[in-house]
Design a protein around this ligand. Structure first.
Ligand SMILES: [Zn+2]
Length: 325
């Protein structure tokens, strides 16, 4: 299907000013080959006056948002479209206060929930694995004291990083990125992460940490390299920490960290995309593919967890290990 999206805020405003226009757009993205009843898989339908699809075979009624991340919303889709435009047009990420103001939402909590729902749509289900040469490392975020590798430290959480790299002339170019909140830096945590995000037979570059010792036993070509040959993955670690501090002032709960990692990955993997409209398109498309996130699964924004401190611009772990950013 041709990718059809608004190019500017003006286009968004004029095109998606009604619920019907939003429903039509979502319908095309959710069922590119035509409506299929989620109950009986029939394709014969009629539309009700309330914009629902009525299945001619089983009589079931379906809204375009049912079973998606927008399931059960009582707010107009026109508002959701503006939220999705806003979130994809902020270079460094949107925060709840900004969204609350923009949409005139009644509460900070609602804005915060919307952002969390949309973050869930930032990962495409069944996305492809990384291929070629992939640099893998882990880094601690959060807490105030340096963390010791493999043992962790109070208030710190570990993030696994895998990034594709290519050589172009003498430069190292980064491809796609995957991140994961890890339990610890043992092989039991690191190997499943690599298996889940890297295609077998790819080259996996790591340092000589014991957690990576068995990588070659899982169908990868494992290359143990020096820190200066892991520049890209170290750069990602630095960017991630700066982003968590800058956009969210470090106020991220460990239990929510995965969603922020998804947002970072979404932005990173589309960093060269010239068109913001295209990011919007991807987000709306993926919102139609992701399961609902019931309110009880979105715990409130209170009791923030501090990811590092604004003045700690060097990661203690990286200092320990003489990493160069
Ligand atoms: Zn049906």
């Amino acid at each position: 299907m041709e990718e059809d999206y608004p190019r500017t805020l003006m286009e968004l405003e004029s095109r998606f000013s009604t619920e019907a226009a939003c429903i039509e757009y979502l319908t095309k993205l959710r069922w590119p080959k035509g409506f299929v009843c989620p109950h009986c898989e029939a394709q014969e339908i009629w539309k009700t006056s309330r914009g629902l699809f009525h299945c001619a075979k089983c009589g079931g009624q379906t809204s375009v948002t049912s079973g998606t991340i927008l399931h059960g919303t009582r707010k107009p889709l026109t508002m959701w479209f503006r939220a999705m435009w806003h979130i994809t047009n902020q270079k460094y990420g949107a925060n709840a206060l900004g969204l609350k103001r923009l949409l005139g939402l009644g509460s900070y909590h609602t804005a915060w929930q919307w952002l969390h729902k949309l973050r869930r749509a930032m990962v495409r289900p069944n996305r492809d694995k990384l291929i070629g040469t992939v640099q893998v490392d882990e880094t601690y975020v959060g807490g105030e004291k340096p963390g010791k590798r493999g043992r962790g430290a109070a208030g710190k959480v570990l993030v696994g990083i895998a990034v594709e790299v290519f050589k172009r002339d003498d430069d190292e170019i980064m491809g796609r990125l995957r991140l994961r909140h890890l339990e610890d830096a043992s092989g039991d945590s690191l190997i499943p992460f690599i298996q889940d995000v890297v295609q077998p037979k790819s080259i996996v570059r790591t340092d000589d940490w014991s957690g990576y010792i068995n990588v070659s036993g899982y169908g990868f070509t494992h290359m143990v390299v020096r820190g200066n040959e892991l520049k890209s993955v170290h750069l990602v670690a630095a960017l991630l920490k700066r982003w968590l501090l800058g956009t969210y002032q470090g106020a991220v709960r460990p239990s929510h960290l995965s969603y922020y990692l998804d947002e970072f990955t979404f932005r990173f993997n589309r960093r060269t995309s010239a068109s913001r409209g295209k990011l919007f398109y991807r987000l709306v498309q993926q919102a139609m593919m992701v399961d609902p996130a019931p309110a009880y699964s979105l715990k409130g924004p209170s009791l923030p967890f501090l990811i590092g401190q604004a003045n700690s611009n060097l990661d203690p772990l990286d200092q320990d290990r003489n990493h160069y950013m």
